[in-house]
Design a protein around this ligand. Structure first.
Ligand code: PLP
Length: 241
């Protein structure tokens, strides 16, 4: 099993590197975040030990159950799922970044909580956040519409206790590569609009978190700086329910 995870990680990294080169980009420009939902702590520990310390969790309960088993290992955890406001306090204890900010209300809550944590002697640096954009228009997906995302980004970037580092999307759920590519191009376009706006606090909002096991090459061609990979490393997840 351990060889399986290590080999799978190496294969993913090769795919990422090849896709970057094919797009005329440096492989080092693209980080691999491991989407670890349903993965148990021993397997996550192996992946960190193999040199992949960037994790993504999308369920608050799983995050708070798993992180205590990882405290001795240097790693960084990003929240990548829909975050309910009553879970903000529990989640902020463990994460360095919330990639799934999709409303000003959520951003304000994160801001207030982070400022309060700093006043209580917690981390003094800002929490990293990304604005999640629904680039496919699919109703099942969370995220601000591309037309609203620049305004949301500017408002988020102005809040105390937060640093806007970039943008996140889940690509179109389609076998049509053109449609998938269009959703990733749309996220890159949001970043360009925000950069062009020169709104306060947005200069460093350069990350494009997009691309998963099945379509990371398309995302990298469209400019992804971080791909989120789960099943290609840990195998197919059990069907929920
Ligand atoms: C599960 C998940 C991924 C990874 O998906 P795979 O197809 O398993 O690579 C990426 N992003 C988010 C938000 C996820 O929930």
């Amino acid at each position: 099993m351990s060889e399986h995870v290590t080999d799978a990680l190496a294969r993913v990294r090769e795919r990422v590197d090849a896709a970057a080169r094919a797009a005329g980009r440096e492989p080092a420009e693209v980080a691999v975040l491991l989407a670890v939902k349903t993965v148990d702590a021993p397997q996550i520990r192996e992946a960190i030990a193999a040199g992949y310390p960037l994790l993504g969790q999308n369920r608050a309960q799983e995050l708070t159950a798993t992180e205590p088993d990882l405290v001795d290992l240097q790693h960084s955890t990003h929240f990548i799922g829909h975050l309910q406001s009553n879970k903000v306090n529990a989640v902020l204890r463990w994460v360095d970044c919330v990639q799934s900010v999709d409303s000003l209300g959520l951003a304000e809550r994160l801001s207030r909580r982070r400022v309060a944590m700093a006043e209580d002697g917690g981390p003094q640096h800002p929490l990293q956040v990304m604005v999640q954009v629904n680039t496919s228009g699919e109703e099942s997906k969370f995220g601000a519409g591309p037309e609203h995302a620049p305004d949301l980004a500017a408002a988020v970037a102005a809040l105390p206790g937060l640093t806007l580092t970039g943008f996140m999307t889940i690509g179109a759920n389609s076998t049509d590569r053109g449609q998938v590519r269009a959703s990733y191009d749309a996220l890159a376009e949001v970043r360009e609009q925000v950069q062009a706006s020169t709104a306060v606090g947005t200069a460093q909002a350069r990350e494009l978190s997009m691309g998963m096991s099945g379509d990371l090459e398309i995302a990298i061609a469209a400019g992804a700086t971080m791909v989120r990979v789960g099943s290609a490393v840990f195998g197919a997840r059990p069907v929920p329910g």
